[in-house]
Design a protein around this ligand. Structure first.
Ligand SMILES: Nc1ncnc2c1ncn2[C@@H]1O[C@H](COP(=O)(O)OP(=O)(O)OP(=O)(O)O)[C@@H](O)[C@H]1O
Length: 342
């Protein structure tokens, strides 16, 4: 089945106009970022750039500072020094919901989606794009009903794109583990991000699920032309889909470059990989192992299409600050990232 985001309803507010199109994707630039927790230096003068429309991986041993970096980029933690810029915007001191409104969405390492249907969770991702207020929604005024329908259609397209179409109206609690990880990613995509932060998207998956997810992540980049920053311990996956890799150890950058250079870098091998990736055996938690079917990720013939859309409603009313931190940050509900910055 092919689903074209621009061919929903004639009044589809989510479809770009003839000359419109999603704004160009900005680069993410991390400059001299330092984060200290009391005496502990979690990030130490870190700099790297995620070029527009690419998959950039952030890797390193446990405790290297990867999640801290994600938390600063998404506004959960404050930097001690340094800056995070996204195009012309300085994200360094913005709250999570403001960063989300600039088109930055993230997923979380631990699965946090246990309530509601797939559709319910995806509609949560549409929240920041919704203009109707609480009263208008409660009264089910015609324009709010139309708006809700358009958002639901777009959420269904995204679900189809991620292979979740048949589960759209099912409770997430009954889904297989891999599908629940996909719902988490679909929720983030429902925010129509231009930069997607993926925190260990295949953690806990079995090899077949991981391979399918690698292909999906590559299709997201290629179809939506968005940038993806990914933290992942599965080196086989990273080597297959990432254009560039930044390697951290004890909060410091120890290597930065294309995956083929990184996997043979003696400093990276000694600090993290242990052995060159191509020589490792694949395993259930492959870690340093190359995936058996490494190489360019093929586009499955039956995969539905998805195009990037603006996603904002056309009404000229006030642009309410509707994106709650919880919508962009489910950890607020779970305490996943509730570690206080000391
Ligand atoms: N809120 C906090 N308070 C104190 N120390 C923290 C906090 N958050 C992280 N740290 C510490 O900062 C260091 C980096 O942690 P971080 O979680 O960023 O590493 P990581 O590379 O993501 O590790 P993993 O791969 O295990 O998820 C660790 O020593 C960790 O204990």
């Amino acid at each position: 089945m092919s689903v074209d985001a621009t061919a929903t309803t004639p009044e589809a507010a989510t479809a770009p106009g003839p000359d419109a199109g999603p704004d160009p994707v900005p680069a993410l630039t991390v400059e001299n970022l330092t984060v200290r927790f009391s005496g502990l230096v979690a990030l130490d003068d870190l700099s790297f750039t995620v070029p527009p429309g690419t998959i950039h991986a952030l890797i390193g041993p446990n405790g290297a500072g990867k999640s801290t970096c994600f938390n600063v980029i998404s506004g959960v933690y404050r930097a001690t020094a340094g800056t995070v810029r996204y195009g012309d915007e300085d994200l360094t001191r913005l709250a999570p919901h403001r960063i989300a409104r600039l088109g930055v969405a993230r997923t979380f390492q631990n699965i946090v989606l246990t309530h509601g249907t797939v559709a319910d969770n995806l509609m949560l991702g549409r929240h920041r794009l919704t203009r109707a207020g609480f009263t208008a929604s409660a009264l089910r005024l015609p324009h709010t009903v139309r708006e809700q329908r358009r958002h639901r259609e777009r959420a269904a397209e995204i679900a189809d794109f991620l292979g979740l179409g048949p589960a759209f109206d099912k409770p997430v609690a009954g889904l297989a583990y891999g599908d629940r990880k996909r719902v988490e990613m679909a929720r983030a995509l429902c925010m129509e991000p231009q930069l997607l932060l993926l925190d260990e998207p295949v953690a806990g998956m079995h090899p077949t699920e991981r391979s399918a997810m690698a292909e999906t992540i590559a299709r997201v980049r290629d179809s939506l032309k968005i940038s993806i920053l990914i933290v992942e311990h599965d080196m086989g996956l990273i080597m297959r889909i990432a254009e560039s890799v930044t390697v951290l150890d004890f909060g410091r950058l120890i290597a930065d470059g294309p995956p083929e250079r990184i996997q043979n870098d003696p400093v990276v091998i000694s600090a993290y990989l242990g052995t060159p990736v191509q020589e490792a055996e694949p395993g259930p938690e492959s870690g340093t192992a190359r995936e058996p079917e490494s190489g360019p990720v093929p586009e499955p013939e039956s995969a539905p299409a998805l195009e990037a859309v603006d996603g904002t409603e056309p009404d000229s009313g006030p642009d309410p600050e509707r994106a709650t931190a919880a919508a962009s940050d489910p950890a607020k509900d779970t305490g996943r990232d509730s570690k206080e910055q000391s």
